[in-house]
Write a protein that binds this ligand. Sequence first.
Ligand code: MG
Length: 287
Amino acid sequence: MKIARYAQGSRILIGVVDADGICIRPLAEDLQDMVDVIQRHGAPADTLRVDATAVRLDQIRLLPPLVPRRNIFCVGKNYRAHAKEFAGSGYEAGAVKGAEIDEYPAVFSKPPSTVVGDGDTVQLHPQATSEVDYEAELAIVIGKAGRDIPAPRALDHVWGYTIVNDVTARDRQRKHKQWFLGKALDTFCPMGPWIVTAGELQHDDLAVKCWVNGELRQDANTRDLIFDIPTLIAILSAGLELQPGDVIATGTPAGVGIGFSPPRFLKAGDEVSITIDAIGRLTNRFA
Ligand code: MG
């Protein structure tokens, strides 16, 4: 099931996209916040009822499927080839040659104010950075609260999956010892186009691709994650209760702008488009 949040005229609605991908039907309940939907319907999301009235997707405007109630958890350096390109780029503070693959995942966060939806404009913030980069990622949406979740039970806590672009100001990431300042600029987390419920896809066999102005830059598969989704949930939930609606971005594969020599940063007018099998396409223009 593909569940989207959208604007129709002046109304904000949550609805289910038809199997053919042409129309959307609003929920029978009057809910505007995806976290409320997740809390009410838990995992799996099979109790959702929709209104009979279908509207064409080209008649509505998609919104970010979810605005998290706290920071998005993000995992860094979680594909081998990307860990090597990052360490070799000169942009990783403290990188050590031969030790590019971490024993434990690097985790940072992005505030909810970074979130925008499919089709929204990402601000380049030229007063704050001149080195903006893209990162295509699969993101997990938590459906059931839990602390100290063992990896074998972790998937019971997943409500669904979506796509994020973990947009990054590389100069700020390099200069400051902590990644937050390079990751947290307003509009730096495009998310969408919707959430696909967990039972509908094979999370460990999804093609992740990213194009910049139509040029394929990233092309990988989630089977190559260094720390897989159950492991990430187990590590994050250790002593920290995950909540319904929490989002975990699982890391980006090789092919980001700093993987090129010289680096290829985003500029005004560029369009970044990300696809993940069984979810859809997330496209944003930078300005
Ligand atoms: Mg990332």
